[in-house]
Design a protein around this ligand. Structure first.
Ligand SMILES: C[S@@+](CC[C@H](N)C(=O)[O-])C[C@H]1O[C@@H](n2cnc3c(N)ncnc32)[C@H](O)[C@@H]1O
Length: 260
């Protein structure tokens, strides 16, 4: 199974539970909507739209636009509540079924960390018309560090994605030919009552790379206890933390005659 197929499968499995579990993802999507530039957009694309958190917000901001939603998981697309879009595509962000220069605005909330960032941004550049905008939120290194720390006590395997740092995101933007107009960084922390609900939540949003239950896992009982003890050592008065380091980017494809 390729990495891409594994990611698609993980989101497809989570589709029914995603909307209820994805509290942080909904907040990120709402905040990203507030960063959208007030432009006249004929065609707007939400890439990695998931279950459509941004759909109504995009329609509200661009009432007359052709609103396209794309996601490579048929189940995430299928789990949509009634949406405000005009068309829905089951498509991979690395190879969008759209003509060169056909989109005025790309919106993408918490999808790009699952992609080969350089390839996906190049593809966005290709479908954007000159002078068109792209607005995205993604996560940076340090995200889910509590999971890495807990599992480092028992093995050397990766239990989270290899998240990029801010410099790598900036480099990928430049290499794709996109010009950053606004870049912001922020930290958001979710808190959980216990280890099981933390890992279950991560699983319900399709992001899990960690075994959930010792019986089903390759971890023995002693290893599982060690993981739980490390999570407990990280507990705060608010609960066991799970950190997201967020990057917020508004970028443009340069127009004809613009430098870059
Ligand atoms: C964390 S969810 C975010 C969904 C939505 N944007 C939101 O704010 O709720 C990530 C979404 O990206 C999709 N995705 C991941 N990699 C993708 C790819 N290469 N092409 C298209 N969609 C992808 C997943 O199927 C999933 O629906």
């Amino acid at each position: 199974m390729t990495e891409l197929t594994a990611v698609r499968r993980s989101f497809s499995r989570a589709a029914d539970r995603y909307a209820a579990a994805a509290r942080l993802q909904r907040q990120v999507s709402d905040r990203l909507l507030d960063m959208l530039p007030p432009i006249a957009a004929g065609c707007v694309l939400d890439v990695g739209c998931g279950t459509g958190f941004a759909s109504a917000g995009l329609r509200g901001r661009y009432p007359d636009a052709l609103l396209l939603s794309a996601d490579f998981s048929p189940a995430m697309l299928g789990a949509h509540a009634p949406m405000s879009d005009n068309a829905r595509m089951c498509a991979d962000a690395h190879a969008l079924p759209l003509r060169d220069g056909s989109v005025d605005l790309i919106f993408s909330s918490l999808m790009l960390q699952w992609c080969d960032l350089s390839r996906a941004l190049r593809e966005c550049h290709r479908v954007l018309r000159p002078a068109a905008a792209m607005c995205f939120a993604t996560v940076l290194d340090g995200t889910l560090r509590e999971i890495d720390k807990a599992f480092a006590t028992v093995d050397r395997a990766r239990h989270t994605l290899p998240f990029l740092d801010e410099a790598a995101v900036a480099e990928a933007l430049g290499a794709a030919g996109l010009v950053a107009h606004h870049v912001e960084r922020s930290r958001q922390v979710e808190y959980f009552d216990d280890v099981r609900s933390l890992l279950q939540s991560n699983r319900d949003i399709g992001a899990s790379r960690v075994p959930l239950h010792p019986r089903r896992a390759t971890l023995g009982r002693a290893a599982w206890q060690s993981v739980c003890a490390e999570f407990e050592a990280q507990r705060t008065p608010l609960g066991i933390p799970l950190t997201y380091e967020l990057a917020w980017v508004v970028a443009y494809r340069p127009g004809q005659g613009d430098p870059g």
